[in-house]
Design a protein around this ligand. Structure first.
Ligand code: HEC
Length: 368
């Protein structure tokens, strides 16, 4: 089995990565911490955790997709969302900027190249978030504002990203992610923050209840940046507003992406106001502490070392490999996967090896 994996590394790497998109649904706000606490207990687990799972299975059910858009994209993390058209219009509604098909294809190639290279070199999922390099061709480097020296017009070469360089480090600064999680006309701190919260940290944020007016307020002179516009959900003037309960879990993460517009182009100002890419992951870790980062590189560095991220990816990959949502009743299988993957330092290869060695994968139990 493992030999077979080695022969199909490229395919396995992209399949495995695509599973990151499956999120936990149907959880209430109070359940959110419970889910992640159970999950983190399981990660450090052992026999006690197995018993706990059997006696008190988590009260949520996992479903394959969080939305019809997810389903249409096959549950892929960001890449298939690249097919969504992002355009920028002037005040008369004329399109003034649109990505070309080649640019989209280049962005997909960049991300696939990084994943496959990381997988083949024994890297972890965490390494994707802190990568000090990427894979570019001339056109993508130009779009990113990076020197095209030595780059080919067609094939992709490894390019180092020095600290403080023109692009942030890691997969979160790839055009594929930045475009996939944007509104048609502007960036989206909510969607980008939701991505990190739900798909990378395995913590759900339920959709807004019906009857809430969730319309994004139009920009005004008081809100020259997209960040300022979205901060209204997080810091509303009305203290009884229901918005912050959920939006503080998403938007302050998403602000970390604000050095990139909806297309993934780097920017330092918006309407003459400096971009502030500082960000906070509220209740990030096992103890629920807030993690503050100066920029997107800083967020990537935190995610790269987070045990939650490792455990979350192992969970989703297993889900994908087994093709069922048996998390509730199968805590022991997942616990053993995490133990085996941990022994291999959570390299992408060791996670997959652990999944295919688990009895859940190698044996079939007759229906009762
Ligand atoms: C129960 C949780 C919850 C509450 C309460 C809530 N929201 Fe949201 N909101 C969400 C989620 C989840 C999304 C979807 C994020 C995504 O698309 O990835 C969202 C999306 C949005 C969006 C779209 C943002 C974008 O960039 O696509 C806006 C605008 C918004 N909410 C405004 C509000 C406002 C205003 C309130 C208060 C009146 C509010 N929401 C209350 C959970 C909530």
């Amino acid at each position: 089995m493992i030999t077979a994996l080695a022969n199909n590394e490229l395919e396995i790497a992209s399949l495995a990565y695509s599973t990151l998109s499956i999120a936990v649904e149907n959880a209430g706000m109070d359940d959110m911490r419970v889910i992640s606490d159970n999950f983190q207990d399981g990660y450090e687990g052992g026999a006690k955790v197995c018993a706990d799972y059997q006696n008190h299975p988590p009260s949520v059910t996992e479903t394959g997709y969080t939305s019809s858009q997810d389903q249409a994209s096959g549950g892929n993390l960001p890449l298939d969302q690249m097919t969504a058209t992002v355009t920028q219009s002037d005040t008369s509604g004329n399109t003034v900027y649109m990505l070309t098909d080649t640019q989209r294809a280049d962005m997909m190639s960049e991300t696939t190249n990084l994943i496959v290279d990381t997988f083949n070199n024994g890297g972890t999922v965490g390494d994707l978030f802190s990568a000090d390099h990427s894979f570019l061709n001339q056109e993508l480097a130009q779009f990113y504002g990076i020197s095209t020296n030595g780059l080919s017009a067609s094939s992709f070469s490894k390019v180092s990203y020095p600290m403080g360089g023109p692009r942030d480090r890691g997969i979160l600064a790839h055009g594929s992610i930045l475009n996939g999680y944007s509104r048609p006309d502007i960036s989206s701190p909510t969607q980008r923050g939701h991505l990190v919260r739900s798909r990378i940290l395995c913590q759900d944020v339920p959709p807004p209840p019906p009857n809430l007016n969730t319309k994004l307020s139009d920009p005004t002179t008081a809100t020259p940046t997209t960040r300022a516009q979205y901060e209204q959900h997080v810091h509303p003037s009305d203290p009884t507003s229901p918005c912050p309960a959920c939006h503080t879990l998403m938007d302050p993460i998403g602000f970390g992406f604000e050095a990139y517009d909806g297309f993934g182009r780097h920017r330092t100002t918006q309407n003459g106001t400096a971009i502030d890419p500082s960000n906070v992951i509220k209740q990030a870790g096992t103890t629920g502490m807030d993690v503050s980062n100066a920029d997107l590189t800083g967020m990537g560095q935190y995610l790269a070392t987070s045990d939650d991220v490792k455990a979350c990816s192992a969970r989703y990959w297993a889900y994908f490999a087994y093709g069922d949502a048996s998390w509730d009743e199968d805590g022991c299988t997942y616990d053993s996967i995490r133990t085996a993957a941990k022994a291999g330092n959570y390299s992408m290869k060791s996670v997959l090896t652990a999944i295919v060695h688990a009895p859940h994968f190698t044996t079939r139990v007759q229906d009762k």
